[in-house]
Design a protein around this ligand. Structure first.
Ligand code: AHR
Length: 318
């Protein structure tokens, strides 16, 4: 048998045919990405592209520019192209039933990465790999609770910069944060608006928060680092000191946030790991080979206060 395989391999080499063990065509993945709205997203896309190359998976990649209709179009085109597996990071939670049923009918497995969907039938996707966003919101709030316990202020007014309306991270990070702070009446969210996960919008919304002079702002809770970085600019332009006059909490743990913490302008970032590529490619191989996989795969993540920023910055991978 071994001899036969060896002979076949030699013959294959001579005829430039694939050798035994390499007979299967490379797996093709259609991936629909949310967009390029943040430093986090850029790192996530780079991780997926590099991991696909490394795993020998042919990747068809489409950037949806934060629009659900573009994601639906991309998924339909992957179905038409008969890819082996579809993976996507859904911009919003709802509205996926129809297109996912089409994928199921075509026999193409779907993997969710980063963000969840709300669907009538959970069998419409095979597995979901990504962070626990509710827990990230709780971690941000627990840090604030500890800080609040050490401040003499009778009340701490919080403004919140939410992520994209209807997206899983915006919904869950709000939920987790509110769940924890509700036990401390000293902590009140006085304003909350979407900054769409971008620096430009984060700055714009923070400017409008600062213009409303009815209440003093003590704390900013931003659902991602990019919005916090945009808001820092707005705070400085208003003649205030970010990180001192206004305590700033954000989520992601991108390099830009560590630099802001090192400069004393951001107080803490809760990690959300975008480097999902290698795990996603392994999952794709398992799913296509019909090996059993977990329905929900989460990622272990930390909390980084400003005090550790200088030490941690050189170790950051995104
Ligand atoms: O879904 C993950 C979130 O999306 C990240 O926190 C944010 O930066 C990104 O745009």
């Amino acid at each position: 048998m071994i001899k036969l395989i060896a002979r076949r391999t030699l013959l294959a080499a001579a005829l430039a045919l694939p050798a035994v063990g390499a007979l299967a065509a490379p797996l093709t993945m259609g991936f629909s990405q949310v967009g390029a709205e943040s430093e986090w997203r850029t790192a996530n896309s780079a991780s997926i592209k590099a991991a696909a190359k490394e795993a020998g998976i042919t990747l068809k990649f489409a950037d949806a520019q934060q629009k659900q209709e573009n994601q639906v179009k991309a998924i339909r085109s992957y179905i038409a192209q008969k890819v082996d597996v579809i993976a996507f990071s859904p911009v919003v939670e709802s509205g996926w039933d129809t297109v996912l049923k089409e994928a199921q009918k075509a026999g193409i497995p779907v993997i969710l990465t980063d963000r969840a969907v709300k669907v009538s039938d959970p069998s419409l996707y095979v597995t979901f790999i990504g962070s626990d966003f509710v827990e990230e919101g709780r971690k941000a709030a627990r840090w604030l609770m500890e800080r609040a316990a050490k401040t003499p202020n009778a009340a701490l007014n919080i403004v919140e910069l939410q992520g994209t309306v209807g997206s899983a991270p915006a919904i869950d990070r709000k939920k987790g944060f509110e769940e924890v702070i509700k036990s401390n009446p000293k902590l009140q969210i006085i304003r909350s608006q979407s900054g769409e996960f971008t620096r430009a919008k984060g700055k714009e919304v923070m400017e409008s928060f600062l213009k409303q002079r009815d209440k003093k702002i003590d704390v900013l809770y931003a659902h991602n680092d990019d919005m916090a970085i945009g808001a820092i600019q707005a705070i400085e332009e208003a003649g205030l000191k970010p990180g001192q006059d206004i305590v700033i909490i954000s989520i992601d743990g991108v390099r830009g946030a560590f630099e802001a913490m090192k400069a004393g302008k951001l107080n803490v970032t809760v990690e959300c790991n975008p480097l999902l590529g290698p795990q996603l490619m392994q999952l794709a191989k398992d799913v296509v080979a019909k090996r059993p996989v977990e329905k929900r795969i989460t990622v272990n993540e930390g909390v980084f206060p400003a005090e550790v920023a200088a030490k941690e910055l050189p170790n950051r991978k995104y």
